[in-house]
Design a binder for this molecule. Structure first.
Ligand SMILES: Nc1ncnc2c1ncn2[C@@H]1O[C@H](COP(=O)(O)OP(=O)(O)OP(=O)(O)O)[C@@H](O)[C@H]1O
Ligand SMILES: [Mg+2]
Length: 306
């Protein structure tokens, strides 16, 4: 059973802003799923619909096997909202206590879990301090701790590394991998592409309220795989036939079959052509993202697989 199965979600704000135009996506149980998209694409709108912070114009589907917004499903979700603002007069421990009480976590579990999570998120000494004294990155970590207080089956994080420094971001990435190993499904929004590339099992790219690509990074970038050979000599005449592309000192063969270039390398070397590098290349998540954005703006262009 998928953790999240959304079918044809529409949201129009105030009858005129079409934030979501028929979004369907599936998050499998136990995976880390990344929703990417430029500013204003509709990522937070989608998350808010799952969490019933706002109502959809039209929606169907399930979350943890129950209809979207079902109270029994919501109880099993941990949620880090975008731009969360906890009251500054509360201490870190009080924030964790207050929000987990709302999720029906009992008092003794709240006490035990809050101190465990403060340590896990690197805030061990800060539990008794008012959060008005916290830095942006510390507030974000506290927000993640808050989302974990009810030991959620599904964790929904809207921009979890917003405002966090590179060391902290790495710690959060490691934490997400640990949580996945512990069996949590994780749905996260971000535009920090390289980061998502490192942790996500699957991604969806959303542009202007529509999901334009969805799948594993491997499957989405499969077609772009190629082998590039850079040489010091001028590429010989025959190379234009033998390779798919020759540009400057670089010859490109499409695909990832290394055996297909061995005889070409032998021939180049037999002709005393010095090889500077041979490397397998594939699109990065950033390339994919750019392709998706470009495809929506220029529908006739290449890319944008459904
Ligand atoms: N409460 C609202 N009323 C009217 N329009 C809204 C409201 N909230 C969001 N929008 C609009 O809906 C669209 C999607 O916004 P949303 O916040 O979901 O984008 P996002 O993908 O999360 O962007 P970001 O990466 O900047 O967080 C935008 O055009 C935004 O202006
Ligand atoms: Mg957002």
């Amino acid at each position: 059973m998928p953790a999240i199965n959304l079918v044809d979600i529409h949201k129009t704000y105030r009858g005129k802003v079409h934030a979501l135009r028929g979004v369907s996506l599936e998050v499998n149980d136990g995976e880390i799923f990344g929703l990417l998209g430029p500013n204003g694409a509709g990522k937070s709108t989608l998350v808010k619909i799952i969490m019933t912070v706002i109502y959809p114009t039209r929606a169907s589907g399930t979350v943890l096997g129950l209809p979207i917004g079902h109270i029994d499903g919501l109880r099993k979700i941990g949620y880090l909202p975008e731009h969360h603002r906890f009251p500054g007069y509360l201490t870190g421990s009080q924030v964790l206590n207050y929000f987990s009480a709302l999720s029906d976590v009992d008092r003794s579990t709240r006490k035990k879990r809050s101190s465990e999570l403060l340590h896990r998120l690197g805030l061990g000494d800060w539990g008794k301090k008012k959060i008005s004294t916290y830095s942006k990155g510390m507030l974000q970590r506290l927000g993640i701790a808050q989302a974990l207080m009810n030991k959620p089956q599904l964790l929904i994080l809207d921009e979890p590394t917003d405002g966090v420094d590179p060391v902290g971001r790495r710690e959060i990435r490691d934490l997400l991998s640990e949580l996945k190993a512990e069996g949590h499904a994780i749905f996260l929004n971000s535009h920090l592409l390289s980061e998502l590339e490192m942790v996500c099992d699957r991604v969806a790219i959303m542009v202007k309220g529509k999901v334009t690509m969805q799948g594993t990074i491997d499957s989405l970038t499969n077609e772009s795989k190629r082998i590039e050979i850079e040489v010091e000599c001028s590429p010989p005449d025959w190379s234009h036939e033998a390779f798919d592309k020759v540009e400057g000192h670089t010859m490109t063969k499409l695909g990832d079959d290394t055996s297909s270039v061995q005889h070409l390398i032998d021939r180049l070397r037999a002709e005393q052509c010095t090889i500077r590098s041979i490397k397998p290349v594939r699109e990065t998540l950033e390339d994919l993202f750019m392709r998706a954005v470009d495809h929506i703006d220029n529908p006739g262009s290449h890319g944008g697989k459904k």
